[in-house]
Design a protein around this ligand. Structure first.
Ligand SMILES: [Cu+2]
Length: 141
């Protein structure tokens, strides 16, 4: 019977340390390198609708978007959710505003925006040039 040979601990430790340094290096590069300027999207809720200056906001895949959501509906609470990004704001009272940074998917798609309190409210963000590309499970008609 051959005796059990434990793995060489020095080699193991060397591999773990190398891996750790590599990952740390990559992470710091990502933090230090200036990425593309984030985009800004201002959405408001008015008269039970989502509104923005651009009725069909479009951003490149993988971009970072600073979302500003303002509830401008008098006396009505609203919420903003983007299910495909698993993102949901708290319920905003009239006059309240919230900011979120969104990381858009890396592929062309359409992100649907909803108000969980009012199913008739909807909007969308176009990512890239989706055409008939799947938009996370919903048909693009
Ligand atoms: Cu609403």
């Amino acid at each position: 019977m051959t005796p059990f040979k434990p793995p060489n601990r020095r080699i193991l430790r060397y591999l773990i340390v190398t891996l750790f340094i590599g990952v740390a290096g990559l992470l710091s590069l990502k933090v230090l390198l200036p990425g593309p300027e984030p985009h800004t999207l201002i959405l408001t809720s008015e008269d039970m609708e989502f509104r923005s200056d651009d009725p069909e906001p479009r951003f490149p895949p993988g971009s970072r978007v600073h979302l500003i959501f303002r509830n401008q509906d008098r006396g009505i609470r609203h919420q903003l959710a983007i299910p495909a990004l698993e993102m949901e704001t708290p319920v905003l009272r009239s006059g309240e505003e919230i900011r979120r940074t969104l990381m858009l998917p890396g592929q062309d798609t359409i992100l649907h925006i909803e108000c969980p309190l009012h199913p008739m409210m909807s909007s969308r963000i176009i990512v890239g040039s989706p055409g008939t590309v799947s938009d996370f499970g919903r048909s693009t008609e």
